[in-house]
Design a protein around this ligand. Structure first.
Ligand code: ZN
Length: 141
């Protein structure tokens, strides 16, 4: 599990990214931050579109930014929104997290509530490099 100061930095970056979201349709801006294994943090914000299906969640924006910067290994991701409960990633984002074996999912809101879940508990059906993923992070450990 990642340490508390890194979690705080990730949530701060996600909150900062949230301010740059393009969310005129939902009115619900979301921010995210992914932690690459070399310690680099990448922020992302939700980017909506008039054709709703083209919108992209903050988590995927953060991951894709990191991928475009040549990162391939990650330790955790944080997601933040102004929600009553900590913001939970959607199934599409969980699928992308599974692709890159991002295990620790930090969910937060603006009130300071934080919950951390294992991706496999959030999205046990996520596929891709799932066999390696399960091998690395077996629940029988
Ligand atoms: Zn999503």
């Amino acid at each position: 599990m990642i340490n508390e100061s890194i979690i705080d930095a990730m949530v701060r970056m996600a909150r900062d990214a949230m301010q740059r979201a393009h969310a005129p349709y939902s009115g619900q801006p979301v921010g995210a931050c992914v932690l690459a294994s070399d310690g680099t943090l990448y922020g992302g914000c939700s980017v909506e579109n008039a054709s709703y299906g083209l919108s992209c969640c903050a988590e995927r924006v953060a991951i894709f930014r990191a991928i475009a910067d040549s990162k391939r290994e990650f330790d955790a991701i944080a997601v933040v929104a102004d929600t009553a409960e900590p913001c939970v990633p959607c199934g599409s984002c969980c699928q992308v997290m599974a692709e890159f074996k991002i295990r620790d999912v930090i969910m937060a809101n603006l009130k300071g509530d934080i919950e951390i879940a294992d991706l496999m508990d959030l999205a046990p059906c996520a596929t891709g490099k799932i066999h390696n993923f399960r091998g690395l992070h077996s629940h029988e450990e």
